[in-house]
Design a protein around this ligand. Structure first.
Ligand code: DQA
Length: 143
């Protein structure tokens, strides 16, 4: 099985970006964490990050066409991008919405997600550990 881990804006700055909120793990560390979890689980994992909305939309189309499951941290787009939602709605394999921080404990504008009602499941607030957990679920889910 192949899975895509897609990250939206500002997530390439993990490690330096608001470490009190997002932790000290760098984006490079996150890639290693996901790829080695995939290796352990027998899943081919591709990890990508973009600050450009259209690029993420294109990757979601690729996942839809390839039938790949997606772990998606859409960053701020989570809260308002109908374009990202419409692209994610085309997926046929599971979609896990992921947030490093617990968005529900934060500012009110982070409480709403345009993705949650089309996601298979949501992981939030477990730090970067949420990524390997989401991948484990994808690899071991029934069906
Ligand atoms: C985030 C939470 C979002 O509200 C924020 O805009 C991000 C990261 C998280 O991983 O906790 O960029 O998705």
């Amino acid at each position: 099985m192949k899975a895509l881990v897609l990250n939206g804006p500002n997530l390439g700055r993990l490690g330096t970006r608001e470490p009190g909120v997002y932790g000290a793990t760098t984006y490079a560390d996150l890639v290693t964490l996901c790829v080695s979890a995939g290796r352990e689980l027998g899943v081919e994992v591709e990890v990508r990050q973009t600050d450009h909305e259209g690029e993420l939309v294109g990757w979601l189309h690729e996942a839809a066409d390839g039938g790949y499951p997606v772990v998606l941290n859409a960053g701020a787009w989570t809260h308002y991008s109908i374009a990202v939602r419409d692209a994610a709605a085309q997926l046929t394999a599971p979609l896990i919405e992921l947030h490093i921080s617990n968005v529900h404990k934060r500012e009110g504008f982070r409480h709403h997600s345009v993705l949650s009602d089309i996601a298979t499941g949501v992981v939030a607030g477990l730090g970067v550990d949420g990524y390997p957990l989401a991948l484990r679920w994808l690899a071991t889910r029934p069906g």
